[in-house]
Design a protein. Structure first.
Length: 176
């Protein structure tokens, strides 16, 4: 028996009154995130590009009832991101059955918090797919994922350090 989905709080929180859930299936969450620093890397990480990749993957793999959750301009080291929190609210309400991200770094760049998130998803029976990292929790545990998450956190710290160094060298103050 499939869970009955979408109470009014869930719909209202997303501001998506047009959401239709067919056959009482759980939602497939497509999550996109782009930090200000990621924007420097060009079009490949853009929100538009991530949405296209995720939608094509969902269609190709027959994942239905998709809803996008997006955090634009917010660092993956922070986990109080509005789109992420709304998505996790859906997970906690057992309305989301699958989360698809372009890669694990889109989910976050904090090793411990990403690990906690993955444990919550496992406990709630939510499938996690990271397309470019070849992660799909439905088929197997990926022993390499924790190491990938450590590298994602290191990358965020390294990038931040380099940006601060550049601004300091230019005599600019950032964040004011």
């Amino acid at each position: 028996m499939k869970d009955v989905l979408l109470n009014s709080f869930f719909i209202e929180e997303f501001g998506r009154k047009e959401v239709i859930v067919r056959n009482y299936e759980k939602i497939t969450a497509l999550y996109e995130r782009l930090s200000r620093d990621d924007e420097l890397q060009g079009e490949s990480n853009s929100i538009v590009n991530q949405k296209k990749i995720l939608e094509e993957y969902a269609k190709k793999n027959h994942l239905e009832n998709i809803i996008h959750f997006t955090d634009d301009g917010i660092s993956g080291t922070q986990f109080d991101r509005p789109g992420f929190m709304a998505m996790m609210n859906g997970v906690n309400q057992r309305n989301i059955g699958c989360i698809v991200v372009k890669d694990m770094s889109r989910l976050g760049r904090n090793y411990l918090k990403v690990g906690q998130c993955m444990e919550i998803l496992r406990q709630k029976g939510v499938r996690l797919i990271a397309i470019n990292d070849n992660v799909d929790s439905f088929y197997k545990d990926d022993d390499f994922t924790p190491f990938r998450n450590i590298m994602n956190e290191w990358y965020a710290r390294d990038t931040s350090r380099k940006i601060k160094s550049t601004f300091k060298a230019k005599g600019e103050i950032r964040g004011l």
